[in-house]
Ligand binder design. Structure first.
Ligand SMILES: [Zn+2]
Length: 273
């Protein structure tokens, strides 16, 4: 990968290797702003990649810009893997949601500032605000520039891999779908995912994600009903999975089981199963 890479005049990309969900192997960090910068996703746990990331961050300062803060979109290890070490090394505050603060360790000596919906990011070109977008993770934040209609999407969507909604780690399918629709309603023209290349047709991708989830949800509801008829009782998750995910390779079923659980909790709340 070529790094760093200028995406726009106010966004630079630096991807690092992380232990993330295959087929993705990297997490994207973004430098937002022109002079006063916020760096998004202090992600990597690997020493060589941490050194490369810090060299990048320090190089930004050497070129007359100033790193003002590090922003963490959510608590998953392939995003938060170096939150404490990077904030300490650069001596800048760490910006995150309070639900993320509760889930990230190793922040001794770090100035932590919690952000919530609508809070401004400390960048000079203005307009970058935090959006609270729970669903994939309870404290998930996106960064939004109204002026450039650019959205830093974290793990709300990915380019080339799937987003898992883990119900036992604060994931919530109802919230996730509502937030996807809300992001689409903002009408972004550039979407910057944590995994994969920038997306220049955000509305298509967001619509695809919503449609994909709705289709899967109907398939799960149908599979649940069919198994209930066949067994004469409420089926277990494992009894629904093969039918609901018959189009998914078996090696992905552990992830599918998480999504199945998330969808079934939503369907149960709605009285649909
Ligand atoms: Zn995640």
């Amino acid at each position: 990968m070529t790094r760093p890479r200028a995406i726009t005049s106010a966004v630079e990309l630096f991807g690092v290797r992380t232990p993330t969900l295959p087929p993705a192997t990297t997490t994207n960090s973004w430098a937002l702003g022109r002079r006063d910068l916020v760096l998004v996703e202090p992600s990597t746990p690997f020493d060589d990649e941490r050194a490369a990331w810090l060299a990048w961050a320090r190089g930004l300062s050497a070129s007359g810009r100033r790193v003002r803060a590090i922003l963490l979109t959510h608590h998953h290890p392939d995003h938060a893997g170096a939150a404490g070490p990077f904030a300490r090394a650069l001596e800048v505050p760490l910006l995150l949601h309070r639900e993320t603060r509760a889930r990230v360790r190793d922040l001794d000596g770090v100035e932590v500032r919690t952000l919530d919906e609508g809070d401004a990011l400390p960048v000079d070109d203005g307009g970058w605000t935090a959006l609270h977008t729970p669903g994939h993770a309870p404290g998930h934040l996106c960064a939004w520039s109204e002026d450039s209609r650019t959205l830093v999407a974290g793990d709300m969507v990915a380019n080339g891999s799937t987003i898992v909604v883990p119900p036992d780690d604060g994931g919530d399918m109802t919230d996730y779908l509502a937030q996807l629709r809300r992001l689409a309603a903002l009408a972004p023209t550039l979407l910057l995912p944590a995994h994969g290349a920038p997306i220049d047709a955000p509305l298509e991708v967001l619509a695809h994600y919503v449609a994909h989830r709705e289709k899967r949800e109907q398939k799960i509801a149908d599979a649940h009903a069919q198994r209930t008829r066949e067994l004469g009782r409420t089926p277990t998750r494992a009894e629904v999975l093969p039918l609901a995910y018959d189009d998914t390779p078996m090696h992905l079923w552990p992830f599918a089981l998480m999504s199945l659980e998330a969808h079934l909790r939503k369907l149960e709340r709605e009285g649909r199963v």
